[in-house]
Every structure is written in C-alpha cells, then in structure tokens.
Design a protein around this ligand. Structure first.
Ligand code: DX5
Ligand code: ZN
Length: 220
C-alpha cells in the first residue's frame, strides 16, 4: 500500500500545530521530519525540541531524516523525542552497522537515506537490518528542486534487492514528488511518497486531504 509522509519542514513554521491537525485530517501516514545541521547539507532546519513538541501534538508516526554529520550522539535523545523511523546517511557515519543496531536497540526503526550520487550497493550488507530506505530524488538540503530521473533505476534495483533479502522493506522517495513523478516512482518500486512543496504544501488554502488522495490515486 502506498503511504504519504508529509515533509513538515515545508509547512508554515508559525503554525505547526495547525499544520499537524490539517495533516491528521488528510490522513497522512507519516510526518517526514528533516533535520539539517548546516554542514552535511548547506541548510539548517528542524531541531530536537521541535520534534518533541510535535510528537506530543499528534499520534502520526515520525519518519525522521537526519541530514547530519556524525548523528550517533543524538540517537538516544531522538528516541525520547519521539522518532519512529530514524534515517541516516551512510556517508555521515563511521560504522553504519553499529549505528543501525543502536537505533534499533533504542526502539526506533532504522532507515538509510541514499543521495543521488551514492550507489545503492552500500545497502547490500545492511538491507536485512533496516526498515526503510529513502531514495533522494534531489540532493538533500532544500525543498523545491528538480527531480533527478536517473534515480528511477536505483529504486528498481533496491526493490529487487529487497525482494530477495528483505521483502518488508519500505522504499521512500524524497524530493520533487508530485503527480508527474509519482507514477514512475511507484512503478519502479517506491511505496512511501515524501510530500513537500511539489505536492501538498501549497499555502493556506491548499486542501491537504484532496491532494493526499490525488497522490495515492496516481500511484495506483
Ligand atoms: C530535501 C527535502 C525535500 C523536501 C521535499 O532534503 O527532504 O525533498 O522536503 O519537498 P519538495 O517537494 O519541495 O521537493
Ligand atoms: Zn528528507
């Protein structure tokens, strides 16, 4: 089943409480929470206190994407703050296996985010230990970028690897996901769609419920 994970960074930051209510009414499956450290990516966004408060305000699971160098000192705090999925970048950690085990021990579901220029081969030794792969369809760091088409073949290759070694693995796509790019992503094997400025966060008057349904429909 196709899931929608709403990228809350793209919401109105003065009205996050209201945004969460609108997203609940729209039946989104997850909240995609982008943490950015100003070093791994050239942007700074979304801290731990914000996650803690948002988690108190909603029962929607949080899919946290750490675009952060050396995120390991924060895993325990992230678990306490309410991260359900915790996705890390293989380039940003010293020992991916150890980090994935630690994230699991703390009660979170580990995920790995793959940049457009990173080969999916990095997943082969770890795919059985994770619950989520986030395929970046833009370079991480900013909303509003253009979809990188070459990532479609990568989604397909990861789905084939998952069919063999971890059939329950969720594959999410992050970056410029809209009604034009969704059909291809789903055809190639994605099942979680990160919804940002390209699909649902279109201002005060946007009907999130309708837009979420459109996303799910065009992935059928
Ligand atoms: C990049 C972010 C973006 C964003 C999605 O690190 O994860 O992909 O939230 O938003 P749009 O739809 O603007 O690409
Ligand atoms: Zn993200």
């Amino acid at each position: 089943m196709i899931k929608v994970s709403a990228s809350i960074m793209c919401g109105n930051s003065l009205k996050y409480g209201e945004e969460l209510k609108r997203l609940e009414e729209a039946n989104v499956d997850m909240i995609h929470f982008d943490m950015m450290d100003g070093s791994y990516v050239s942007n700074i966004a979304m801290g731990i206190y914000l996650l803690e408060d948002m988690n108190k305000a909603t029962d929607i699971p949080f899919d946290v994407h750490m675009a952060v160098w050396e995120p390991s000192p924060f895993y325990e705090t992230m678990a306490k703050a309410g991260a359900d999925y915790l996705c890390i970048h293989p380039e940003a950690v010293r020992h991916i296996h150890r980090d994935v085990q630690r994230i699991r021990e703390l009660g979170m579901k580990p995920g790995i985010a793959i940049n457009p220029s990173t080969n999916h081969g990095v997943l082969r030794e770890i795919i059985q230990d994770i619950d989520l792969v986030t395929v970046m369809t833009v370079d991480p760091g900013f909303a509003g970028q253009k979809f990188i088409t070459s990532q479609l073949e990568k989604i397909k290759a990861i789905r084939e690897m998952a069919n063999k070694f971890n059939p329950d693995l969720l594959i999410s796509v992050d970056g410029n996901i809209n009604t034009t790019t969704i059909p291809q992503c789903v055809k190639y094997g994605a099942d979680v769609l990160v919804a940002g400025t390209s699909s649902i966060f279109k201002g005060e008057d946007a009907d999130y419920k309708k837009l979420v349904l459109e996303m799910k429909d065009c992935g059928k």
